[in-house]
Ligand binder design. Structure first.
Ligand code: NAP
Ligand code: HSE
Length: 439
């Protein structure tokens, strides 16, 4: 039997503690599967006194993950600390520089430094595996990086943040408040250390930027993603969407267009009868559309200790099974120095359907004025309805809901801008894009 694979785990929170527990509980089966034992020889976290429900006998403790990456007797450095900079970034860089294989679940780090780190790993002949960084337990990285080589992708999209999907589902199903749903997602270990990364859409953007690179062979461009989170989605929007035959999901979408690659993250209305509309709670879904394969939809647990640790474990066991001298899979699907420059398509030229909810003063001519502003911008309407509140009085606000046929983002922004100038609008208009799955 080959020598044991020695691993050091930095970060013993939701994911790290689950990983160490599973490695301990499944050690015999893992040894058989990999042909060698996998042992945790070192760990690092901030608070040595915290009870994490894991056996620490014979494991060396480090307060500082960078020192662990520099000095521990390990073959693999597993980074489960989090954050794009600081201890996570320095320790991963140190481990790769030292020639250690690295496994990380850190999408924030990869979206910011992924290309440099991939170049470093490739120069050192090390593996840098990150299955858990996107869509939790769904093996989408391996699928894109290894199984679908040779396919040309036209669009990839999906529900990539378990916290947001959990919040939207519980708001819709149980009428709970946004704040209560978020608190529960935090308690369950789904949310990021700073949950604004979840609800403002940044976490989805980090994940989308990684998938975009794998699918389209371009450099990571997380800062060129159009971004809207779910904080402005109200129960009223969710109900209005349902009345029209849609559900609201936070989607990340990357699409090839004639002018470049469109990357966007925003609340999205998807047809109620589509598979992605049925994806509820912490579950994630990623759809990949390509020329050879067609459409592949992968659905599974998107966050939480065990689901994420399962993906980390897969990365660790791939390293345990790899043989010295074998060629490594390129970190980002193709050698990092051969990635194309990213060419951004402008959001203004995005084309699709739109849901627009307007709260207006109930006066004569408002309805006609809205229809006129739309027509002036060549926007064709699928429907326009007034949700009249009884009794109708001059000072009682009314809700008008429009659904457009496919139109340009620039036209919608112009029309909504013109409506805002008319003086009858109460509060901000709500604009939600509509996305249609293929087929
Ligand atoms: P977490 O529960 O907040 O755990 C973070 C761990 O890192 C804690 O053990 C903490 O130590 C340790 N840590 C933080 N700063 C440190 C520092 N400067 N030096 C040493 N240790 C430090 O986070 P998590 O949810 O496990 O997430 C870990 C990573 O996985 C993140 O990159 C996250 O984005 C990613 N991820 C999480 C999930 C999920 O469902 N939770 C899913 C996919 C990916 P103490 O325990 O002593 O405070
Ligand atoms: N906070 C993330 C989520 C964890 O809710 O999806 C998984 O990446």
């Amino acid at each position: 039997m080959a020598d044991a694979l020695k691993i050091g785990v930095a970060g013993l929170g939701t994911v790290g503690a689950s990983l160490v527990r599973i490695l301990h509980q499944r050690s015999n089966a893992l040894t058989v599967a990999c042909g060698r034992p996998i042992i945790v020889t070192a760990v690092s976290a901030r608070d040595k006194t915290k009870d994490r429900g894991i056996a620490m006998d014979g494991i060396l403790w480090f307060d500082d993950p960078v020192t662990m990456a520099e000095t521990a007797d390990i073959d693999v450095f597993v980074e489960l600390v989090g954050g794009a900079e600081g201890a996570a970034e320095q320790s991963v860089r140190t481990a790769l520089t030292r020639g250690l294989h690295v496994v990380t679940a850190n999408k924030a780090l990869l979206s910011r430094h992924g290309v440099e780190l991939a170049k470093l790993a490739e120069a050192k002949g090390c593996l840098l595996n990150y299955e858990a960084a996107v869509a939790g337990g769904i093996p989408v990285i391996k699928t894109l990086r290894e199984s679908l080589t040779g396919n040309n992708f036209s669009r990839i999209y999906g529900i990539m943040n378990g916290t947001c999907n959990y919040i939207l589902t519980r708001m819709e199903r149980e009428g709970l408040s946004f704040a209560d749903c978020l608190k529960e997602a935090q308690r369950l270990g789904y949310a990021e250390a700073d949950p604004s990364f979840d609800i403002e859409g940044n976490d989805t953007a980090h994940k989308l930027s990684i998938l975009t690179t794998l699918a389209f062979g371009c450099e990571i461009a997380a800062d060129q993603i159009y971004l809207e989170g779910i904080t402005n989605i109200s129960i009223e929007d969710i109900h209005a969407a349902a009345d029209l035959g849609y559900r609201i999901k936070l989607l990340g979408v990357a699409q090839k267009t004639e002018s470049g690659i469109e990357q966007r993250v925003h609340p999205t209305m998807v047809p109620h009868d589509s598979v992605i509309a049925q994806v509820d709670g912490v579950t994630n879904a990623v759809a990949l559309e390509s020329d050879i394969l067609g459409e592949l939809l992968m659905v599974g647990p998107g966050a939480g200790g065990n689901a994420t640790a399962s993906a980390v474990l897969g990365d660790v066991t791939d390293i345990a099974k790899s043989r010295p001298g074998a060629q490594n899979v390129p970190v980002l699907g193709r050698p990092a120095h051969l990635l194309d420059a990213y060419r951004q398509a402008e959001m203004q030229s995005h084309e699709g359907g739109y849901f627009i909810r307007l709260t207006v003063q109930d006066r004569t001519g408002v309805f006609a004025s809205i229809a006129t502003r739309m027509a002036e911008n060549a926007i064709s309407l699928e429907s326009i309805v007034q949700h009249a509140k009884e009794p109708a009085t001059a000072d009682r606000p009314q809700t008008i809901i429009l659904v457009t046929h496919a139109t340009m983002e620039s036209a919608v922004r112009k029309a909504v801008g013109a409506i805002k100038g008319e003086g009858y609008l109460i509060g901000e208009p709500q604009v939600i894009r509509i996305e249609r799955p293929k087929g």
